[in-house]
Design a protein around this ligand. Structure first.
Ligand code: ARG
Ligand code: ZN
Length: 880
């Protein structure tokens, strides 16, 4: 059934206090809950029945104010337990039995590697006990945990530990109290044999906070980076947002089996091991950065999510968009801002633009859903963060801070809406964001068609901007968005001063050579006066809005932007537009049976990047990488996967041969012996080195193979080792089998490294990969119950290996459908997520479309589809 935002009503009952007691045993767990309930004075219906959520529970007893309820006093219907008549104030005592050991959905209370843990967001708490499982019901929690002391020496929940005691028969009990009222989705419990790394943080106002990271004993040597990241995040939130931590203890726990990255449960963050453990020998640079970003993200939720939470799940982006924006700014400050921005824009322009153009397109604040788990999307997270970033751009850093201060102060302890956030931003700055609000309600990626005209006689330059937005499911027509379009005009000697006809100079601008244009109409002209020469416009600087922008640049203009623009994003984007042009011309060449030739001026531009030692190596690496196949699939229609792949490879090969000596020199320059550190400078150098290596491999001779082999055998860090392995596996290199075997031998006891091993093989571009993937599914290290393994093998093959997944015989599609059907029973969230590549069938050639739809229909015909899988399959077949 579909849930609508427009049906929102305040809760009929509130819970002031929640007392829980967990008796953890090997066969089952008994949950005793005592809820202190009262009617909500604001409820519309003051005689409404009490309706509690519950799923997969076995109810042992239920009592109201101490009196056991008779069988005819309550009824259970689907996920609701209804008690028709209750007083205005009462306590409800429920005893339920649950089976964490056989809970494979990894939602609610479950067991992972011998440890009990929970995941309650969004609606997992109802799998623990009957409750008002909605985020606008906030209670103070008291939690007892009772378990065998030798099996589960560590027992954790939210807040402060107020009691520890030994019981008979080798059992023990801890009691936790969380003084901050919270919704059930922020509840957490952990029990296991865990070791910990501890540190301390002193807040600005002098509170001493104990920090603990709990892991399995063997992982104690992989916690340092997460701990440093946590302390950096705590300091940064004080410095940038004025937000301090509010308890004396902050715990992080790492678990192997986890559906997502991590969870911000109050003072007890639970992490996927892949987002917390890191050391140079086992973790790549990207892995280190992910740990830093996710640790910060979950920590930042303490304010943007916990102290101020969401009224209902349609407001999910209120906490996620804002928190992603916060963690992105943090990572930018810790490392390289431009690289971070380019990475984020890349994700947005591939995955999010694709979502916005597909059958699951939804606004940042959706109007309806069937299964909320399906809405933890790139739109809610990444586009939501872009919407917050645009507010930041419109208000400036100080104005944004005034707005966030008002938001946190006004709504502390409340469950609120995206509207409340925007209103705080408006009121703190005396601005009107009425039209801007459409970013929350309208789905789809706006298109900006921009043209420029120079009038030499009048010395004016006119930018004409047209906006439009394609229809999305349920939204045929769109109203114009308020789009902040950041621009500069490049002249021969640098950026020109900008005087905009009919506007005052921008008062906040540090210099007047950059401006944020307010695009608000369907068509708008911006006239710049006193422009002494024909400029090259630098548009959408820093990617100031999540739009597709088109400007008909000449080649020489793109080359100018690529070489000279002071905006790192625009420089990189110019390189991507030139790369796109090469790939498009290679596709035409292929169609007419000719060999692709890379244009001399593009080769020359890449050569000067390689030779210029004054440039940031990370930027050089990014600019040398051609647009990804995923991005090309967003720009070319219909998508001929094989043609795109062949053309892109042809251009890469052309570049490799033309630039071989420069690539070799660059490799040599970047290949320095140094002690590993995950800092921006070293990461940049490794990234350029490995980009050069990947190109050199395309020369396909013994010399370059020897280089890769040497790097594989000698490097002491996983970044270089894995890059070499990827290079070897994707080449026609006889050493491949041996390299994979050695890698496995070396790392078989490190699950996170074995995930990489699976992924390298699943993403191999060569033919025969599907067969290998199927073989690997029966490898002893594979485990279909572990989401990281599923993502590394099945997810990587279907989502990151287009040329094999879209094999013309349809074998990739059938394989994915089989896996979804298998996982639908075991873990609906993971099944539904895996499905994404099949849902984008509209983009592909007719034969591919037919085959993809047939597999979707096969899934739809399965009995007992979970709501997760049902929603995605049925919506993606609409209009088929
Ligand atoms: N709130 C978490 C985060 O973004 C995500 C957890 C969502 N989990 C889920 N199973 N839907 O940090
Ligand atoms: Zn989050």
């Amino acid at each position: 059934t579909t849930i609508y935002l427009s049906d929102y009503r305040v809760p009929d009952f509130l819970i002031d206090k929640t007392e829980l007691s967990f008796e953890l045993e090997e066969a089952h767990t008994t949950v005793n809950s005592r809820l202190y309930l009262r009617r909500n004075p604001e409820a519309l219906d003051q005689s409404a029945p009490l309706e509690l959520h519950g799923a997969d529970l076995s109810l042992e007893s239920i009592a109201l104010d101490g009196r056991e309820l008779a069988a005819d006093e309550w009824v259970e219907e689907g996920e609701l337990l209804r008690i028709a008549s209750v007083p205005d104030n009462f306590t409800l005592h429920c005893v339920t039995r649950i089976y964490p050991q056989s809970n494979t959905s990894l939602e609610g209370l479950y067991k992972s590697s011998g440890m009990f843990c929970t995941q309650c967001e969004a609606e997992g708490f109802r799998k623990i006990t009957y409750y008002l499982d909605r985020p606008d019901v906030m209670a103070e929690f008291y939690v007892d945990i009772i378990a065998d002391k030798s099996l589960y020496p560590v027992l954790l929940s939210n807040g402060n530990c107020v009691l520890e005691e030994d019981l008979e028969f080798g059992r023990h009990r801890t009691r936790w109290h969380d003084p901050f009222p919270k919704p059930a989705y922020l509840f957490a419990l952990v029990a296991g044999r865990l070791s910990r790394v501890s540190d301390r943080f002193r807040t600005r106002s002098g509170r001493e906070v104990d920090l603990h990271i709990y892991v399995e004993d063997k992982d104690l040597d992989k916690c340092e980076h997460a701990m440093t990241s946590l302390k950096n995040a705590m300091r940064w939130d004080e410095d940038v947002y004025g937000r301090e931590y509010d308890l004396d203890i902050f715990n992080i726990v790492a678990v192997d089996d986890f559906n997502m990255g991590a969870m911000e449960n109050k003072s007890l963050n639970i992490f996927n091991t892949s987002c917390v453990l890191a050391k140079p020998e086992t973790t790549t640079d990207a892995g280190f950065q992910r740990v830093e970003g996710v640790v910060a993200h979950e920590y930042f939720h303490n304010w943007s999510g916990n102290r101020v939470t969401c009224r209902d799940w349609f407001q999910l982006s209120l906490k996620e968009g804002f928190t992603v924006f916060r963690d992105a700014e943090f990572s930018a400050d810790m490392g390289s801002p431009t690289v971070k921005r380019v990475e984020d824009v890349t994700l947005l322009r591939t995955a999010q633009f694709a979502e916005d153009a597909g059958p699951m397109a939804h606004p940042v604040r959706p109007d309806s859903f069937i299964e909320i788990s399906n809405f933890y999307t790139v739109t809610i997270y990444e586009k939501g963060a872009e919407v917050v970033r645009m507010i930041h751009t419109l208000l400036g850093a100080e104005g944004f801070r005034r707005g966030s201060d008002l938001y946190f102060e006004r709504h502390d302890g409340q469950a609120v809406t995206c509207e409340d956030f925007v209103r705080a931003m408006e009121e703190a700055n005396g601005v009107d964001l009425q039209q801007f609000r459409r970013w929350y309600s309208q789905a789809g990626t706006p298109r900006l068609a921009v043209s420029g005209e120079y009038d030499e006689a009048a010395q004016t330059y006119t930018l004409t901007v047209k906006q439009s937005c394609p229809a999305t499911p349920g939204q045929a027509e769109k109203l114009p968005f308020h789009i902040p379009l950041k621009v500069a005009l490049l002249g021969e000697a640098g950026q020109l001063r900008l005087n905009l006809q009919g506007h005052k100079a921008d008062p906040d601008a540090a210099d007047n050579t950059e401006r944020v244009l307010a695009v608000t109409e369907d068509t708008q002209a911006f006239v710049f006066t006193d422009i002494p020469e024909r400029p090259v416009p630098s548009l959408l600087r820093g990617f100031s809005a999540p739009v597709r922008l088109h400007f008909d640049y000449r080649r020489d203009e793109l080359l100018t932007l690529m070489a000279k623009d002071s905006d790192g994003f625009c420089r990189w984007d110019a390189s991507q537009q030139l790369g796109l042009a090469e790939i498009l011309s290679a596709i035409s060449a292929q169609e007419s049976g000719q060999a692709a030739v890379v244009a001399e001026d593009f080769v020359a531009a890449c050569r000067s990047l390689l030779l210029d030692e004054s440039l940031d190596p990370a930027m050089v690496a990014l600019m040398l990488q051609l647009p990804s196949e995923a991005y090309l699939a967003e720009l070319i229609s219909p998508v001929d996967v094989q043609a795109i792949y062949r053309a892109r490879e042809a251009v890469r090969k052309g570049l490799a041969h033309a630039l071989r000596s420069e690539l070799e020199a660059c490799y040599g320059r970047c290949d320095v012996e140094e002690e590993y550190a995950a800092n921006a400078e070293q990461i940049a150098r490794r990234s350029l080195k490995n980009t050069a290596l990947a190109y050199l491999m395309l020369c396909e001779d013994g010399e370059v193979y020897a280089l890769a082999r040497r790097q594989f055998e000698r490097s002491g860090n996983m970044t270089d080792r894995l890059a070499a392995l990827v290079a070897i596996v994707n080449a026609a290199e006889p050493y491949k089998g041996e390299a994979l075997q050695r890698f496995y031998q070396d790392w078989q006891h490190e699950p996170l490294v074995i995930n990489q091993w699976f992924q390298v093989q699943a993403t191999c571009r060569l033919p025969g990969t599907l067969g290998r993937v199927k073989e690997l599914m029966s490898h002893p290290a594979f485990d279909i119950g572990n989401p990281n393994k599923v993502r590394a093998l099945i997810g990587a093959f279907c989502g990151q290996n287009a040329v094999n997944f879209h094999a013309e015989d349809g074998s990739g599609y059938a394989y994915l459908a089989d896996q979804v059907i298998e996982l639908n029973r075991r873990n609906p969230q993971i099944a539904s997520r895996l499905l994404t590549p099949l849902t984008k069938w509209q983009k592909y050639l007719p034969a591919a479309q037919t085959a993809m739809k047939a597999e979707l229909r096969r899934i739809l015909a399965e009995p007992e589809l979970s709501s997760d899988v049902y929603e995605v399959v049925s919506k993606s077949l609409q209009g088929a």
